[in-house]
Design a protein around this ligand. Sequence first.
Ligand code: FAD
Ligand code: DLZ
Length: 511
Amino acid sequence: MQMTTLTIITGDQLSQNLASLKAIDRGRDHVLMAELWDEVEYVRHHLKKIVLIFSAMRHFAQALEDDGYCVHYHRFDPAASMRSFSDAVAAHCKRHAIDEIVVTRPGEWRVFDAFNRLEKTLGVPVRMVEDERFVSTPGEFAEWAGARKNFRMEFFYRLMRRKTGLLMDAEGQPEGGQWNFDADNRKKWKGRPESARPMSFAPDDITREVIDLVSSCIDGFGELDGFDFGVTPGQARRALAHFVKTGLPWFGDYQDALPDDEDYLFHSRLSAYLNIGLLDPLEVCRAVQAAWQAGEVPLNAAEGYIRQIIGWREFVRGIYWLKMPDYAEQNFLDGDQPLPEWYWSGRTKMRCLERAIENTRRNAYAHHIQRLMVTGNFALLLGVRPPEVCEWYLAVYADAFEWVELPNTLGMVMFGDGGLLASKPYAASGKYIQRMGDHCANCRYAVSERTGDDACPFNALYWDFLMRNQKLLDDNPRMRMMYRNVERLEPAEKAAITKRANWLRENVEAL
Ligand code: FAD
Ligand code: DLZ
């Protein structure tokens, strides 16, 4: 007798080439998709993220049905008792004779764990297949990681360049004679060339219905007005083509810039499309490579962009699956402060933070340097408890899924893993923020001052961070210069820094 399988597709698996869809008998097997309270509530997601996922799920389900799949789709019902993936699968198996449950490896450990426990509770075999929408696999990463104590993205990235052949010449060498052009990618943007904007999409009927639903019954974070994400693969591809033409040529040069009044500058806003499956990472990289081959963009832009995708994106995923679930508990620097309430409200007088959080609240987006060197840097310097920082990043961005959020937050920002992911903490004073943009010129605090009442809070907190963590960090060769500068401080200056930093911590809500 032939078996009937049930394939579950989660809200970040919206790809027609998904591994679990490949062996399906469209006339017999079932596909299950569900909008669920547990997924809506496990953090206080941005409202735009919820709309993006529900609308993209509904479009995807429609496309599958049009292709002849037998899709069972549960729309969000605030009164439903079915809350979780496990509830949805159990209810389905009660109503239908299912011989096997199939799922592609989920993007978050808690869901992965729940599916792994399902077989025992339901008595139906569960088969988990690998997510093939990445360049690498957790197994390949584990092999590369081997017995290394610290992992460096750069070396894994080179492996991925060789594996994909991206930007490699006929002799197997990197195009341009270099693997990495990061040194060319640190320009301050002074208003020219004109900034680009990601492609904007007017909501269609399905999206409008979802917006009404979400605004009527979900208490999420941020603003829902102005929702303009694409919700289908076709729209995501148009957004990619638009970025390649308008943003990519300058992506490299201004990748680290922090202009005061720009939400995106030359960043692509493609991460959410990539992470929910509307875009394929290799398709994106090939489009970028083709633009370079056609002479439309410089090599530092193409290489810089491709490195983010086959380098950082793959690398953080490898770390996540290698180290979870213990990774989430790490707190190397013993952060013990609460996350300031204004991370949620945006009400702070520090201009750089206010701009980054405002971007986040309006757009469910902030570019990498805002995430790393503004909101992240401040949380690091303040010494916030890592789980609170991680929860915030997982909630507020449309692209946030734990496999990519956690290593970036806990590892890259909070140095919670003690240097497994990053070779040193990304700690910086106000001077860095001043150098990369013009927030400081618009700020109520003085970036030139270290300890006075009006001094930029980043300054005292930065020196205090170095002094507080000296025992843990001063044998790190990449911190040597910073600690040489600490040694040059007079005892009175050190005392004044500690006093100011303690005051800042006690009064952080008023900053
Ligand atoms: P672009 O600047 O245009 O970059 C191109 C693409 O490269 C991105 O779309 C993304 O897919 C990839 N990329 C770039 N940097 C990284 C990185 N460090 N790790 C993984 N992929 C990267 N990215 C997420 O996709 N989801 C997250 O939840 C997330 N959380 C983050 C939390 C913190 C604290 C930090 C510092 C970074 C985080 N990032 C996350 C990485 C990065 O900031 C975003 O991918 C990027 O800002 C998305 O905007 P974009 O598409 O315009 O990126
Ligand atoms: C983020 C999210 C939200 C808000 N809602 C749903 C949902 O109702 N149904 C669903 O399948 N997925 C949703 N998602 C995405 C999931 O949280 C994401 O797929 C898992 O975290 C990956 O393990």
